[in-house]
Design a protein around this ligand. Structure first.
Ligand code: HEC
Length: 128
């Protein structure tokens, strides 16, 4: 019985993530291209906030910490929210400034969701 249960447990999430990424394309050929997806994301309202808050200065395509955003992949959302609000609490001395006094939790949450989506496009396409 055990032998059957394990492959099913492994395959179920795989099947779920496949259908999810198929949905992401939204049927548009351009949206499947990671570079096009990234450009699309950057035009979203939260993408604009990412630029306006200065995040892009460190994490934008040509910025020094672009790839670091990938560290947020696979982390639970609340942890990413806390990181954005107060990175020093998790990693004292990190260069990333605290946004606690600048943005509220709801905004940090929106950014965290956006960053995780954005980070997926980074892993798919190296910055040019
Ligand atoms: C002055 C540069 C700088 C700015 C501005 C900055 N960051 Fe960062 N950020 C960093 C650095 C450096 C790291 C990597 C931290 C480490 O590994 O020590 C990081 C890491 C991250 C991570 C990954 C955290 C993890 O390990 O899970 C996220 C998510 C993130 N930043 C989001 C943002 C957002 C959103 C903003 C704007 C609100 C922002 N950053 C602004 C420098 C910056």
């Amino acid at each position: 019985m055990r032998r059957l249960v394990i492959p099913v447990l492994v395959l179920l999430p795989l099947a779920a993530s496949c259908s999810r990424s198929a949905d992401d394309g939204g049927g548009q050929a351009a949206a499947k291209d990671p570079v096009a997806r990234r450009a699309e994301l950057e035009k979203s309202p939260t993408g604009v906030e990412f630029v306006e808050l200065g995040c892009a200065g460190c994490h934008g395509v040509d910025a020094p910490y672009h790839l670091r955003l990938k560290q947020s992949l696979g982390r639970p959302l609340p942890e990413v929210v806390q990181w954005i609000l107060d990175p020093q609490a998790e990693r004292p001395g990190t260069e990333m400034p605290s946004y606690k006094g600048t943005i509220d939790e709801a905004r940090a949450r929106r950014l965290a969701e956006w960053v995780q989506e954005y980070a997926r496009t980074i892993s798919a396409a190296p910055a040019s």
